[in-house]
Design a protein. Structure first.
Length: 197
């Protein structure tokens, strides 16, 4: 039951943008993926919309690396399930992001020049050395190491979404930023429960 609630919590923001329950998580996940794929951003946008999506794509590629390691190495079944649910969500989001950027004629990769991100605290992301360390940390300490790193990582996504909410022009991008905040907050709550469980 706990695993069902975790999966439902992660896909719900894409279904209704609000809380909900799921009796059939697999079906809900499929519906969520289809719903995300069908969302069109339209043409109206500004540089902030583009920058937010590019930064989030970069951020999510890192997240997929980390959750892939967690799926293989996590000792806790609940953490393994959460990592799988996050992977599914972020893969769908990433496909949508790249579709929107391509539709706008923008690069799907973020320019990592520090000067371009100085006014918002630099390019959000987790250090490559930290991500790599998850593959070598002792098995007994993996779950704690992952949770500590990924909590900070998902908090960055919430902070990043504020860029679109305050300076973006595209309405779908702003709605997406709100969903990012909601879903990451849910993930953070689940991770804190796992840490304290």
């Amino acid at each position: 039951m706990k695993r069902t609630l975790i999966a439902a919590a992660l896909v719900a923001p894409f279904l209704l943008g609000a809380c909900g329950t799921a009796k059939e998580p697999a079906t809900k996940s499929t519906i969520a993926a289809e719903a995300v794929a069908e969302i069109k951003a339209g043409d109206e946008h500004n540089d902030t919309d583009v920058m937010f999506l590019q930064m989030l794509a970069y951020h999510q590629n890192q997240g997929l690396q980390m959750t892939s390691t967690a799926v293989k190495r996590a000792k806790s079944p609940e953490l393994k399930q959460l990592a799988q649910a996050i992977q599914a969500t972020e893969k769908d989001e990433l496909a949508m992001i790249e579709s929107w950027l391509t539709g706008w004629g923008a690069d799907t990769k973020v320019d990592q020049a520090p000067s371009l991100h100085a006014d918002h605290g630099g390019l959000p992301g987790t250090g490559e050395a930290e991500i790599k360390a998850l593959t070598t940390v002792k098995a007994a300490g993996f779950d704690t190491a992952f949770l500590n790193l990924f909590l900070a990582h998902q908090h960055q996504a919430m902070e990043m979404s504020k860029i679109a909410l305050t300076g973006g022009k595209n309405e779908e991008t702003k709605k997406f930023a709100e969903r990012v905040q909601q879903s990451r907050q849910g993930e953070i709550q689940q991770m804190l429960k796992l840490m304290n469980g």
